[in-house]
Design a protein around this ligand. Sequence first.
Ligand code: HEM
Length: 548
Amino acid sequence: LPIIQGHVATALHVAQDYVVANPIRCAVLAVLYSPIIAIILNVLRQIVIPKDPSLPPEVFHWLPIVGSAIQYGSDPLNFFFKCREKYGDVFTFVLLGRKITVALGNKGNNFVLGGKHTSFSAEDAYTHLTTPVFGKDVVYDVPNEVFMEQKKFVKFGLSADNLRSYVGMIEDEVEEFMKNDGSFLIYQMNDINEWGRFDVTEAMSGLTILTASRTLQGKEVRDGLNKSFSELYNDLDGGFTPLNFMFPNLPLESYRRRDRAHAKMSQFYVDIINKRREGNSDTDHDMIAALMDQKYRDGRSLRDHEIAHIMIALLMAGQHTSSATSSWALLHIAHDQAVQKALYEEQVKYFGAGEGKFRPLTHEELRQLPILDSVIRETLRMHPPLHSLMRKVREDVPVPPTLSAPSKDGTYVVPKGHFVLSSAYVSQMDPLVWSKPNDFNAARWSEPDGAAAEAFRVYSDETGEKVDYGFGAVSKGTESPYQPFGAGRHRCIGEQFAYLQLGTVISTIIRKVELRLESDKVPDHNYHTMIVMPKKPRNICYRRRNFN
Ligand code: HEM
């Protein structure tokens, strides 16, 4: 290395003399060749200049600023596994000018998600993406303590009583959808022999917004879905993309549509609140009603725009996560006929009323269906909708020596200004933890002493170590290799609702139709959207069940 450094120093001196002697020529050449020069300097920086030994290893990349964006963006799982082989569990990569330090494995998950929020800030990492969509004064636009109070308010709206009342409504929406939506045309024709088909993600997106609005969002939103609300939703959703995450403000039409849609949608909810204050609408069980009743610790009620913006946040948080999960679940069910048969027989065993008829589902019973439960858990293991969770580093944070092999001068330090990233996707697909992680094996969840049982024990609200971050005691779960709903203070509060929504949608569909895949394998992942979706074509074939 010293010899190379000596040669580089000599070359730089020669170059300097040449520049002084030919300034104009050099300026023209520099403009023409600046991209190449930038690449060369970037490579030299990585291989020649001695590294600060306290920094985690940096992933080699050719293009400055762009860094490893292409590898990470097109297949994050493969990128992380390859980097782990080369650099270990902790490494830094460049993502469009940002330095992202990744911490993998159970300990990595714990380091990032169990870190102090004063050091690792979710709001600094996400606010530029979320605030233009959700609006001011909620979620990542307020200090963490205030957001934790807002999470507590939402939990009131997700009480057991409310959840209980939602099951029938969701079942009803699925039945109506199957009777009326174009996806189920052949089902509607009552023919028991003919197969129809639907694009699973399109159908599940439709069903998710219908079921979420009928329950959480409330009657007015459900009624609005057939009208202008859907358009507003689509425009707002167009502002929730990886492009928006990387570039908060670009002079593009999609950004302007996002801003107009936000203003209109916020007003839509404020109008609902005002109308409800004036009249006595029958809306006991929805979220707006719950939020209108809550007070911050200082005694202040939520302002109308805060309620409106929390409602938008919930709409966005639940839509793609749930529709992606139900899509993946149905794709696996259609692919694996044994699982499908077991699921159907479970429905018959618990709810069968003879001749293909079933009793309505109930919340309590839904939670006790082992096969349905395992299918949802296994789906979330292989396809967690969010593959990367990020925090911005507010002060230098040492990496525990148990997580990464210490450098020769001590431990690594993640410097202020970096982002840290944890990936449940990696720990959920890790062959060191799970046997045959690439196989969809719902049965692994019923092995009493298997990896799945252990991971779930640490993660689950019933058995894991409890902590109250300000929104009620929840299982900490940060050390579990299985954490599709996140862990720690930013853990999802929609988990129970999501299970109920997914369970009801899957049960209702499986009771009525047989499914099979159109192609011979479950589609690959599309990582180009914020939430990981199945790549097209993603059609499922269905046939009305024959009860004769
Ligand atoms: C947080 C996943 C459904 C509301 C999270 C996080 C994950 C997640 C991974 C952690 C984010 C982070 O730490 O950066 C999921 C999955 C879902 C789902 C897989 C469905 C299958 C829902 C639903 C709602 C919801 C239906 C609303 C009713 C929230 C909220 C947070 C959250 C409010 C808290 C964010 C924070 O504290 O920073 N979710 N979610 N989620 N989710 Fe969900």
